[in-house]
Design a protein around this ligand. Structure first.
Ligand SMILES: *[C@@H]1O[C@H](CO)[C@@H](O)[C@H](O)[C@H]1NC(C)=O
Ligand SMILES: *[C@@H]1O[C@H](CO)[C@@H](O)[C@H](O)[C@H]1NC(C)=O
Ligand SMILES: *[C@@H]1O[C@H](CO)[C@@H](O)[C@H](O)[C@H]1NC(C)=O
Length: 232
C-alpha cells in the first residue's frame, strides 16, 4: 500500500501535480548546493538550511544532505558542497590539510645513532639526551613534505624552553618555529610547526641544542608529513 502510494507520488512529481507531503501551492525553495530544503516547518514555509557538519549537498534543491565518510577533513564545517577526504591512515589538520606520521630511520652508527633509535622507538620508558654540541640526524624512510615535528618530552624534566631545540634542514638553513606546547598528567608534548617555511621533499633533518651549555632530553620525535587532499 505504502509502496503503491510512493509510486503514485513519483508519477505525480513528474506530472508536477500535488501529492502527499509535497507542498500543493508554494514551490519549494531552490536551495543552493551546500544547503537543503528544511521541511521541519509547515508546508509552504520551507526554508533552506545549511548542511550540518559531516554532510554535504552538491545539487540545487536537495531535500537532504548526503553523509560524508567518517574521516573527512572539514568535519566542523557546515554548508559543504563536497566531502574533503583524507587518505587512509592520515588525519585532518585545521580542516585544510591532511597529514600522516612519517617513518623515521636512524644512521647505522655514529654519535647520534643510539639517541635517534631511542627517540623513534615509541617506548614511553626510553628517554634520550642530546648533549650540548651534539647533533642527531634523523632520516625519512622516503622523502616527505614537512608538516610538523612533535617532541614528546619527559614530564617535569629538563628544558622546557622551546628555544633550546634547533632543527636544521639540509640546504635550507633554519626557520623560526611556532610552538604549541601541550602538558597533561601523563605526557608533555612540544609540537613545532613552520608556518613561514615550506620544506618539500625532506630526506633528513638534524636536531641539536641552540645553547652551547644545554642538553635536551626527550622521549620520542614524530614527523608529520603534509599530504595532498583527496577531493571526492
Ligand atoms: C531546520 O529548521 C528548524 C526550524 O527552523 C531548525 O530548528 C533546525 O535546526 C533546522 N535544521 C538544520 C539541520 O539546520
Ligand atoms: C594526555 O596524554 C595521553 C597519553 O598520550 C593521551 O592519551 C590523552 O589524550 C592526553 N589528554 C589530553 C587531555 O590531552
Ligand atoms: C649558559 O650560557 C649562557 C650564555 O650563553 C649563560 O647565560 C648561562 O648562565 C649558562 N648556563 C649555565 C647553566 O651555565
Amino acid at each position: 500500500m505504502l509502496r503503491m502510494q510512493a509510486l503514485l507520488c513519483l508519477f505525480a512529481i513528474f506530472a508536477a501535480a500535488s501529492c502527499g507531503r509535497l507542498p500543493s501551492r508554494a514551490e519549494p525553495p531552490n536551495c543552493e548546493p551546500g544547503s537543503f530544503i528544511n521541511s521541519s516547518k509547515k508546508v509552504g514555509k520551507e526554508k533552506c538550511s545549511e548542511c550540518p557538519p559531516g554532510t554535504y549537498s552538491d545539487s540545487v534543491g536537495a531535500r537532504e544532505c548526503k553523509k560524508c565518510d567518517l574521516n573527512f577533513a572539514l568535519a566542523v564545517e557546515t554548508g559543504m558542497t563536497e566531502c574533503d577526504l583524507c587518505d587512509a591512515g592520515s588525519r585532518p589538520v585545521d580542516g585544510i590539510f591532511c597529514s600522516r606520521k612519517a617513518k623515521l630511520t636512524c644512521p647505522e652508527k655514529g654519535p647520534g645513532s643510539d639517541i635517534c633509535r631511542q627517540t623513534t622507538d615509541s617506548n614511553p620508558e626510553t628517554f634520550a639526551t642530546i648533549p650540548a654540541g651534539v647533533s642527531v640526524r634523523y632520516f625519512l624512510e622516503k622523502p616527505e613534505n614537512f608538516g610538523s615535528l612533535t617532541f614528546i618530552r619527559k614530564k617535569d624534566c629538563c628544558s622546557k624552553d622551546v628555544e633550546d631545540i634547533k632543527i636544521t634542514f639540509p640546504n635550507e638553513g633554519y626557520c623560526i618555529t611556532d610552538a604549541e606546547s601541550t602538558e597533561n598528567s601523563t605526557e608533555n608534548y612540544l609540537r613545532l610547526s613552520y608556518p613561514y617555511c615550506s620544506y618539500e621533499y625532506v630526506k633528513y633533518f638534524d636536531v641539536s641544542s641552540w645553547r652551547t651549555n644545554r642538553s635536551i632530553t626527550f622521549r620520542d620525535i614524530e614527523f608529520e608529513a603534509w599530504l595532498p587532499k583527496i577531493i571526492t
